[in-house]
Design a binder for this molecule. Structure first.
Ligand code: AMP
Length: 189
């Protein structure tokens, strides 16, 4: 099963994706984590990527796609995987679809987690990652609204979007996600 998780920073994508990884027994791919690995490689590319991360900006689409293509080419992704933080723009989604079509695969589900902005601000301020300072947080939320939100319409049109309320405890949110996933598995089996 191929699933993408969409949601603003702080919506709980990472936490929920890790739980879903156990449930579905497929790898969890966080592009943010992959980017942070590239950053820490201390190469020219790492320095370039680090500059985007520190400003709370998206790295260029071509680079994001390249990193993802490399990752899904690995053997553990043969039976599917779970993306967290990718795609983040409609251009990435279109290129991703093309890439999957070439591999005779297609996306099963786009899960969109929604949480209100004040709740996101307070969750992110409490988290304390290097790009979780107030200025970068505000920028990342703005970038989400302008670049990533349009993805919802894209996947809705394709008939694979499921909206999930991301408020409440981790367990409550996971139960909602499981309901969507299990319904989808029943429909497609
Ligand atoms: P995240 O851990 O998902 O919040 O991502 C942290 C940072 O990595 C983002 O603010 C972006 O700078 C970068 N990033 C992660 N995924 C992508 C992507 N799909 N496209 C572009 N930039 C990304």
């Amino acid at each position: 099963m191929l699933v993408v998780f969409i949601g603003p920073p702080g919506a709980g994508k990472g936490t929920q994706a890790k739980r879903l990884r156990e449930h579905l027994a497929v790898p969890h791919i966080s592009t943010g984590e992959l980017m942070r690995n590239v950053e820490s490689s201390q190469t020219d590319l790492g320095n370039q990527v680090g500059a985007f991360l520190r400003r709370g900006e998206l790295v260029p689409d071509d680079l994001a796609i390249e990193i993802v293509e490399q990752r899904i080419g690995q053997s553990d992704c043969e039976n599917g995987c779970l993306f967290d933080g990718f795609p983040r723009t409609v251009a990435q989604a279109i290129q991703f679809d093309d890439c999957l079509t070439n591999k005779e695969k297609s996306l099963n589900l786009a899960l969109a987690l929604s949480v209100t902005r004040p709740e996101l601000m307070s969750r992110l301020s409490a988290r304390g990652r290097r790009d979780d300072n107030p200025e970068t947080i505000a920028n990342r939320l703005d970038v989400y609204d302008s670049h990533t939100l349009p993805l919802l319409a894209y996947y809705e049109q394709r008939g694979i979007l499921a909206n999930v309320d991301g408020t409440g405890s981790e367990d409550e949110v996971f139960e909602r996600i499981k309901q969507v996933i299990d319904r989808d598995l029943t429909e497609t089996s």
